[in-house]
Structure formats: C-alpha cells, structure tokens
Design a protein around this ligand. Sequence first.
Ligand SMILES: Cc1cc2nc3c(=O)[nH]c(=O)nc-3n(C[C@H](O)[C@H](O)[C@H](O)COP(=O)(O)OP(=O)(O)OC[C@H]3O[C@@H](n4cnc5c(N)ncnc54)[C@H](O)[C@@H]3O)c2cc1C
Length: 397
Amino acid sequence: MRLRDTPEEQAFRAELRAWLADVLPTLPEEPPHDDWPARRAYDTGWQRRLFEAGYAGISWPKEHGGRGATPTEELIFLEETERAGAPYVGCNFVSTLHAGPTIIAEGTPEQQARYLPPILRGDHVWCQGFSEPGAGSDLASLRTRAVRDGDHYVVTGQKIWTSHAQVADYCELLVRTDPDAPKHEGITWLIMPMDSPGITIRPIRTLTGVSEFSEMFLDEVRIPVENVVGAENDGWRVAMVTFGFERGTAFVSELLGSMRLLTDLVEIAKMTPVDAGTAWDDPGLRRELALIGAELEAEWALTKRNVSRAERHGTAGVGGSVFKLAYHETRERMGQVALRLLDRAALALGDPGGVSPRRIDHVEQTLYALSLSIAAGTAQIQRNIVGERLLGLPKER
Ligand SMILES: Cc1cc2nc3c(=O)[nH]c(=O)nc-3n(C[C@H](O)[C@H](O)[C@H](O)COP(=O)(O)OP(=O)(O)OC[C@H]3O[C@@H](n4cnc5c(N)ncnc54)[C@H](O)[C@@H]3O)c2cc1C
C-alpha cells in the first residue's frame, strides 16, 4: 500500500487545486434538488468545464479521449474536487463511470466513435435499465423481452429504479433475447435511445422528496441491432464488466463528503444549548463522534489500499465489497447521532421555521444514507461476496 504522493502526483494535485480555485467561483448557483432539467444543465455544464480543462474521463484511456490517469491520480482527483466543494458527478454518473467505460471495453469502433465523445463533452446523459420489479439482486432473472424483427429488436417489459431516466438521452439496457436458454445465457446489453417511441417514464418519489429514479415501461420499442454491445446473448458477461466499473470508485466522493458532514456535526454540537452548556459537553456524544471519525479514517485508508491493489492487479477485488459494507454501517450510525442531536428539528424535512439549512441537510443525508445499503448491490449480497470470496465459506445455493 502506497500512502505518499510521488513527485508527479504532487504536481498533478497542485495543478488541479489551482484550476479548481479559479473555476469554482465562476459556477452558477446549484439548482433545487427536484428540478431535473435544471440539474441536468448544471451537471452537464460542469462536465463541459472538466472537458475543456482536460479532466473529463479522468481514468479513461487517452485513445478514447480520456486523461489516462492512474487509479491513484483518479483518487487525487476525487479527493481534491470533493474537498474544494466542486459539483458531484450527478446526472453523468452512468455515462462517465460505467456506460462509457463498458463501451470502451466491449463496444465496436463505430460505437466508440459515436457515443464516447458526447459523453466526455457533457452533451449526452445516460441511465441504467438493469433492475426490474422481479429482478434486483437476482438480476439474471430479468424478463424484459427483445424479439428480433429484421434489423431491429422489438423490446417490451418494465424496468424500475432507473436513476435520471427523465433527463437521459440513452439507456444501457439489459434484455432477454433467448427465453429458452439458461437464465445467464439469454441476455443482451443494448444501447436504447431514450427518445424512441414506446417508452413511458413514471418518476418515483423517494423518502427525501425527490424523484431521482423512475419506473420505465417499454412497449414495443424498436432498437437497431447495431446497438448491441458485445454479442447477442452475451449480455451477462458484459453486465459484469459494467458492474466492475460501477462498484470501482463510486463511493469515494461519498466518503469524503461524510467527513465534511461529521465536522459540521461537531460544530452543531458546540452550538446546541443543553442546560447551562452545550451538547458538546457530553463525553458520551464526543466519544460517539470520535469513533465515527476514526471509522471514516479507516475507510479512507481501506480505499487507498483498494486503489493500490487496483494499480498492481487491475481490480480492487473483494475490497470494494468490504468497503461498502463498513461504510454504510458508519453512515447509518452517524445518521442516528445526527437525528438525536437535532432533536425536534429532525422531525421535519424542509424548514419547519427557524431551522438552519445545515441542520436540514443532516436530516436529508440521514434518510438518503438508507439507500447506501441497497444501491449497487445490497448489504446482504456484499456479505455473500465477502463470505464466499474472501472467507472461503460454502457457496450460496
Ligand atoms: C439510490 C438507488 C439508485 C438505483 N439506481 C438504479 C439504476 O439507475 N438502474 C437500475 O437498474 N437499478 C437501480 N437501483 C436498483 C438496485 O440495483 C436494486 O435495488 C438492488 O439491486 C436490489 O434489488 P431489489 O431492490 O430488487 O431488492 P431484492 O433483490 O428484492 O432484495 C430484497 C431483500 O432481499 C435480500 N436478498 C436478495 N437476495 C439475497 C441473497 N441471495 N442472499 C441474501 N439476501 C438476499 C436483499 O439483500 C434485500 O434485503 C437503484 C437503487 C437505489 C437504492
């Protein structure tokens, strides 16, 4: 495990820090949480700035327009952008972090030339149509059917939890092309243009009151055969390539953001009157917050270990699952402490009157943290992975 920056990495960090200091004050104000067209414009605007400065597709290979950064440089990029308060990847999550990389790994040269440049420039937003009402953890049992008709597939079925579907231009879609084959062998990975006739998007309102994801109904949607990535019926293997990218560095910005939330919580404790003093006078609370701080530091060290491993072996291995399990448990505990500290102000989302926006942020973040045990593979599925691949326990039947 390597903890110190090399001279090249130091230079990269310094150059990035200087650029962030210049560009961040020129950004427009962040739009409201649930104004998706405005959020799309904001997120793609940031992607455009990254592109113009040479930071788009930070870990993408240079021949595909990326920066070709090493995993450590990517970590530095995530660390510096988060610490400077730069925008999160937002609506560009799917396109830049896993659809684009999957097309680089598995797409044809024509697909690469057509789809990759607009992703890097922030012109196109993608979504992920994998999960279905009856296929989440057991994704291979998906039932959305694609029937070949000349040089098109005719696709009918339902997807769910499709993040950013309402503002996406393309969807990475898993469909069943051979219903008679064993379930892992009849699946195909398709690129679906979101303006195709037959697509109905129905936004789902989450606990925090925003419609981040949607149900997506597909009624005889015609998708050209040339939009297959990989080969027909080889989609399960291609999906595993996508997951390899999706579960890579996806939670690094999250972790750094949590460190900021913890510092803020300490400040709130110091300002919260209790009896003649403040909440911070309570040694029990201080111990709880210190423990959470230590855990976040340990998870940051684990991230660096995973990145060092990825540099040597090409993948973080089971380390990604270990990290995700530990991290979501820390976040849940931090949420419980936050709600206790906020007391009555924790009972409402939004401003019940006279409550500072920083406190409202903690309520939202605590509710949001519940999704960390589900998104990108549930906690139980991560435990199965750790049990089988790291601890050598018997395989699940
Ligand atoms: C914020 C967020 C964003 C998302 N965005 C997208 C997206 O853009 N596109 C997309 O396709 N999907 C998306 N998802 C869906 C996500 O991938 C699924 O929710 C997840 O895979 C779990 O599937 P499920 O909800 O069907 O739960 P289920 O698979 O039905 O699981 C229900 C419960 O059973 C447990 N369980 C299931 N199987 C096992 C097992 N073998 N061993 C032990 N326990 C088990 C699970 O851990 C869970 O507790 C998103 C989810 C969230 C929370």
